[in-house]
Design a protein. Structure first.
Length: 458
C-alpha cells in the first residue's frame, strides 16, 4: 500500500473537507432536528461518487462504497447540543470564523468534523482502490446521539438488520486511538411527601427534606473512600480486587465510576405549602464490573433511601422522543460499558495505519493541541460516552475510535477543530480496511461486555 499517496490525497482534500464542515456547522442540528444537515451530507456523499446514498427511517444518512458482503463501517453522529448562553461565545456559533489552521463553531469537534473526514476517507478508498475484496464500506451520519447515545445503532441493528464486521467511531480522540470507555445510566429517584399549609409544617411530611438526606448520600457515594469503617463506600472501590475481582484491571484503565445529581424537581400546592413530592436525576458513569442492576441497587441501599422505605422509588429513565422523521424508537437510558484488548484485530488495524502514516505518537497541529496531547499514549480511552455503547456494548460488534478534534471542545463555548486533524483522520480511515486481518477474534475482541437488562429492546 502506498501510504505517501494516501497522505497526498488526504492533503489534497483539505480545503474541500473544510468547506463541507463549515456548511454542516452553519445548519443548526440539535437532536431530533437534524433534517437539514442530513440532506446536506447526502448531497456531499452523492457528489463524492458513493455507490449508494440512503436515509433510513430514523433519519440516519448512509453512504455505501463497494460490493462485498462484509461491512466496515465508519460512524459519525451529526446532531449537536445547543449553544447555551451566547454571551459565552466570541463569534456566532453557526457562522464562525476559520483561520489557516482551525474551524470554529458548534459541532466542529463534536462531531461533524468526524463526518467530513469519514466522507472523504471513503472517497480516497475509492480513488486509490483501497477496499479489500469481499468488503464494502458504510459511512454513516447518525442522529440523536446527544439525546440517547447508541439508540441510532439500535435502529440500524434491529430494524435495518445491518451488522458490520467492525466500526470506527469518529468521535474526537485528541489524536489517539481509543479502545473503550465507561458506560452510563440515567437514574431517577422519586420521594413522596404530604403537603400542608406552610404556617404549620409539622402537619405535613416535606419531600424536599427527605430528598436532602438522599442528596448527601449520593454525594458520599461519589466522594467517599472504600475504607473498612466507611458506611457508604465510594465508587472508587471498584478499582480494588477485593470489590471487583474479575474486572478491576479494566476498571483502572477505563477510570472509576462516578455519580452526580444533575436535575431536581418538586411538586407543591403553592409557595405557602409543604412540598408533597421531590425527584432527582442522577448521571451515573459505570466502569468495568458495574451493571445496570448493581447501580440501581446501590442507590436503593443508601441509608437515607432505606430510612424512607416505600416513600422512595429508584428507577431508570426511558427515552421516546420522535426522530426528525417522526419515528419513535423507545429505549431505556442504559448505555453499557465496553472495552477491547489492544491486540484486537480491528484495534491493531488502526494502530498499524497510524504507525505507517503518522508515526507512533499523537499528532498535534499547534501548541493548543500539543498541550492536550503531549505525553499521552497513542492507544487510550474516552472519558465521555459514544455510540459504542450499542455497537459493542449491546451487540458485541467490535468498535474502535479515532476522530478529529478534542474531547475538551465537546459541548463547550467557542468550540474549534484543527483542519490538519481532518487530513490525519481521512488518511487513516482510507488505510485501515487493507490492514485489517480478522484472524481469531474469540479471545481478543471484547475484553469486557456489560450485562444487559431484562427489557426486550428491539
Amino acid at each position: 500500500m502506498d501510504f505517501e499517496a494516501i497522505k497526498l490525497a488526504a492533503e489534497g482534500y483539505k480545503d474541500a473537507m473544510s468547506r463541507f464542515l463549515r456548511d454542516m456547522i452553519a445548519i443548526p442540528s440539535e437532536s431530533c432536528e437534524e433534517e437539514g444537515v442530513v440532506r446536506r451530507i447526502a448531497q456531499e456523499l452523492e457528489a463524492l461518487g458513493y455507490d449508494k446514498v440512503e436515509i433510513d427511517g430514523l433519519g440516519n444518512v448512509i453512504g455505501w462504497i463497494g460490493e462485498g458482503d462484509k461491512i466496515i463501517a465508519i460512524d459519525s453522529h451529526i446532531d449537536t447540543v445547543g449553544v447555551g448562553n451566547l454571551d459565552n461565545w466570541t463569534h456566532d456559533p453557526y457562522e464562525g470564523y476559520e483561520t489557516d489552521s482551525i474551524i470554529y463553531g458548534r459541532g466542529a469537534s463534536d462531531q461533524e468534523g468526524g463526518m467530513a473526514a469519514a466522507a472523504y476517507g471513503g472517497r480516497i478508498m475509492k480513488d486509490l482502490g483501497l477496499i479489500p475484496e469481499g468488503y464494502k464500506i458504510m459511512v454513516v451520519g447518525t442522529v440523536q446521539e446527544e439525546d440517547c447515545d447508541g439508540m441510532c445503532w439500535q435502529y440500524i441493528y434491529n430494524v435495518s438488520k445491518i451488522v458490520p464486521e467492525f466500526v470506527i467511531s469518529t468521535e474526537p480522540t485528541d489524536g489517539g486511538i481509543y479502545r473503550g470507555h465507561r458506560g452510563r445510566m440515567e437514574i431517577r429517584v422519586d420521594v413522596k411527601g404530604v403537603s400542608c399549609h406552610g404556617s404549620a409544617p409539622e402537619r405535613g411530611d416535606n419531600a424536599i427534606y427527605k430528598m436532602a438526606d438522599i442528596l448527601q448520600d449520593v454525594r458520599a457515594l461519589n466522594e467517599n473512600d472504600a475504607a473498612e469503617g466507611t458506611e457508604i463506600k465510594g465508587l472508587v472501590k471498584m478499582l480494588e480486587p477485593k470489590y471487583n475481582p474479575e474486572h478491576y484491571e479494566d476498571a483502572r484503565f477505563l477510570g472509576r465510576g462516578t455519580c452526580t445529581t444533575s436535575q431536581i424537581f418538586y411538586t407543591s400546592p403553592s409557595r405557602c405549602a409543604v412540598a408533597d413530592s421531590c425527584s432527582i436525576s442522577i448521571d451515573r458513569r459505570m466502569t468495568a464490573g458495574e451493571t445496570w442492576d448493581s447501580c440501581l441497587q446501590e442507590i436503593r441501599d443508601l441509608p437515607s433511601v432505606r430510612k424512607y422505605g416505600d416513600d422512595v422509588t429508584v428507577s431508570m429513565y426511558m427515552y421516546d422522543r420522535p426522530a426528525w422523521t417522526g419515528t419513535v424508537y423507545e429505549t431505556e437510558c442504559f448505555f453499557p460499558t465496553w472495552i477491547n484488548h489492544e491486540s484486537a484485530p480491528h484495534v491493531q488495524a488502526l494502530i498499524k495505519a497510524h504507525h505507517a502514516l503518522w508515526g507512533e505518537k499523537r499528532l498535534a497541529p499547534d501548541a493548543q493541541a500539543q498541550a492536550l496531547r503531549e505525553g499521552r499514549p497513542l492507544t487510550d480511552k474516552w472519558t465521555f460516552s459514544t455510540n459504542g455503547v450499542s455497537i459493542q456494548g449491546r451487540y458485541g460488534i467490535p468498535c474502535v475510535g479515532f476522530g478529529p478534534g478534542a474531547e475538551s471542545q465537546a459541548h463547550a463555548p467557542n468550540e474549534i477543530i484543527w483542519k490538519q486533524d481532518l487530513v490525519t483522520c481521512a488518511a487513516l480511515y482510507a488505510a485501515v480496511p487493507m490492514l485489517y486481518q480478522p484472524g481469531d477474534k474469540s479471545q481478543s475482541v471484547t475484553q469486557f461486555r456489560q450485562s444487559l437488562t431484562d427489557n426486550d429492546i428491539k
